[in-house]
Design a binder for this molecule. Sequence first.
Ligand code: ZN
Length: 198
Amino acid sequence: MDYYSSQITKLIEELSRLPGIGAKSAQRLAFHIINMPQDQVDRLAASLVDAKANIKYCNECYTLTDEEKCPICKSEKRDHSTIMVVETTRDLAAYEKTGKYEGVYHVLHGAISPMLGIGPADIKLKELMQRLQKDVEEVIIATNSSLEGETTAMYISKLIKPTGIKVSRIASGVPVGGDLEYIDEVTLLRALQGRIEL
Ligand code: ZN
C-alpha cells in the first residue's frame, strides 16, 4: 500500500475516518486537497481547528454555537414555551429550514440505545428536565423513528407526564430509521403539524 508517499497515505487515512467517506472518496479528496492552492488549504485547516476550539453547546438548548446562547434561544420572536426535542443539531437545522416552527429546541446529542450501551445519562436529558421547571407548555418529541429514537421518545414522555406539561410526538410520516436531515421540508412540516399527544 506504500505506492503513495506516507504523507498522502496519512491524509487518506484521516479522511477515511470521517462518516460517509469510504476509501475511494478519501483518495479523491486527498488528491483534490493536494492540488488546491496553498491559501485555500490554509483556510480549510484553520476553519477545522477554529471550529473545534470555539464551538460549544448553547447553555439553554445545547445546540452547537459559538456563543453562550444560540440565536434561536436569544430570539424574542420565538415561543419559548414550546420545546422541540431533537437528537442532533442537524435535525434542528432540518426543522429550521421549513421556516414554520416558532418554538425553541432541545438537542439531546444522541438517543438511548441499550444495544450500544447509551443510557439516559449519556444524552442531554437531565438538562431538558431542568428546563421544564420554567414556563413550558408543550414538549414536542421529534427524535428519529428508529428503534433508538422511539425508545427515547417513550422514556421522555414517561418522565414528563407527571409534570402535567403537554407531551406530543411528531407524526409517523417520517420514514422508519430515516435520518431527519434527509427528509424533505414538506414531510417534516406534515409530521410536525400532525403530531399526536402522548
Ligand atoms: Zn439555544
